[in-house]
Design a protein around this ligand. Structure first.
Ligand code: ATP
Ligand code: SF4
Ligand code: MG
Length: 383
């Protein structure tokens, strides 16, 4: 793999990483105007991202992962997407939540770049690959035409696109899905962003290419000190590449902390349920008698509608530990001192991740009530 051209990388390598977070998200609330009124998809979300770290954002479909990062990128639908007035998105201490579009355009793609869930979202089907990379470089660098061509080829080599001199003359539809994804990564990285936002960058790819792309993102992080925000459904990927993890549920952050702490000692029943849904070794690749791969085990119950959220804990209808205060009062996201700085939004955070120990402890304290009986499920079935 060749080294990227010395532009901002070289100067950044000689600088110590910033002491504090490079991105501070505070009280981010994003709503949409719809035909049936306003829906709030992201509700009072706060977190930090530090230079050189990879932060995973996980949660079931519709919990607000993409809306969170699109809010940061300021890529919400112009007339229907609303960032709440108390929201702050502090990039190097500047609140980009209120920045005008022309200033934001200088940050987007240059300082903060995004790999989209669907490659064709950011690749224009009617323009050649080389032209599209060139446009990004024209806008964000001072390179002349020859320099931009060299850099485009270099970036395609970096993402392991074979024969890049030929590929830059091709259109997106002439590339395979995996190659399109890698071209999008090349485009996102060509201006050496400080923050790379990757929304399900490997979902549509086969396992080998997935591993290659994750390795590549990790190498680039080490080389450029880029902070990465990685959205994925794949907790195996989170375990492999993330330093910290943010778990979202129905528009809220419900648990956040170092990845090894969250994985070994999840404190929120929802996080533990997600972890229990990871297929055991080899399950995913083994095909059944019908030739199909087994469905991932689902978490029992459904996510509440954003239009009919309960007053208390948003996870209450799916939680076997629910008690009256969970119905009466929504828990705050706080550090209960049970993990390594991890914060959890639960009145009765789990202590060691063992369902039987948890249940015994809670029943002993008189907290479980008849919820377990009401579910009619065995302990193994439980969330
Ligand atoms: N433009 C929009 N108008 C109205 N509602 C929207 C809009 N975009 C997203 N939403 C709603 O916001 C909620 C969060 O959506 P989001 O795309 O962030 O989910 P997600 O966590 O990224 O899910 P997935 O894992 O399926 O990608 C969903 O209920 C979705 O229907
Ligand atoms: S607050 Fe109550 S209902 Fe919500 S996750 Fe915790 S125990 Fe379950
Ligand atoms: Mg999404």
């Amino acid at each position: 793999m060749s080294e990227p051209t010395a532009t901002r990388t070289e100067s950044r390598r000689n600088l110590p990483p910033p002491a504090g977070p490079i991105l501070k998200v505070r009280h981010l609330t994003t709503s949409f105007r719809t035909d049936d009124g306003i829906v709030t998809a992201v509700d009072d979300v706060s977190f930090d991202v530090f230079a050189g770290e990879t932060v995973g954002i996980v949660g079931e479909s519709g919990c607000g992962k993409t809306v969170t990062v699109k809010s940061i990128m300021r890529l919400l639908p112009e007339f229907t997407g609303i960032i709440g007035p108390k929201s702050e998105i502090l990039f190097e201490d500047q609140n980009i939540a209120t920045l005008d579009e022309s200033s934001m355009r200088k940050i987007r793609g240059d300082r903060i770049a995004m790999i989209f869930q669907e490659p064709m979202t950011s690749l224009n089907p009617v323009f050649r690959i080389g032209w599209q990379i060139d446009e990004a470089l024209k806008y964000h660098t001072d390179l002349d035409s020859a320099g931009r061509r060299a850099r485009a080829i270099e970036m395609l080599e970096l993402v392991q696109i074979p024969n890049p001199e030929k590929r830059i003359r091709e259109y997106p539809h002439q590339l395979s899905g995996g190659m399109r994804q890698r071209v999008m990564i090349a485009m996102a990285l060509c201006c050496e962003p400080d923050i790379l936002v990757a929304d399900e960058p490997t979902t549509a790819l086969d396992v080998t290419i997935q591993a290659q792309i994750l390795r590549l993102m990790d190498e680039l992080k080490k080389k450029l000190g880029t902070a990465t925000m990685l959205i994925t459904h794949d907790l195996g990927v989170v375990a492999q590449v993330c330093d910290r993890v943010i778990v979202m549920y129905a528009g809220r952050v419900i648990e956040e902390g170092p990845v090894h702490d969250i994985f070994h000692r999840p404190q929120h029943p929802y996080t533990r349920a997600l972890l229990q849904s990871i297929p055991k070794g080899g399950e995913r690749s083994r095909k059944g008698a019908d030739g199909k791969r087994p469905r991932l085990p689902a978490i029992p119950g459904i996510v509440p509608s954003l239009r009919e959220l309960p007053d208390g804990c948003r996870f209450q209808d799916r939680c076997q530990f629910k008690e009256q205060r969970c119905v009466d009062e929504e828990p705050q996201l706080i550090d209960h001192g049970r993990g390594e700085g991890s914060e959890v939004r639960c009145h009765i955070p789990l202590t060691d991740g063992d369902p039987r120990a948890e249940r015994a402890a809670i029943v002993g304290a008189g907290g479980l009530g008849d919820v377990a009986g009401a579910t009619g499920k065995s302990e193994e079935d439980d969330v």
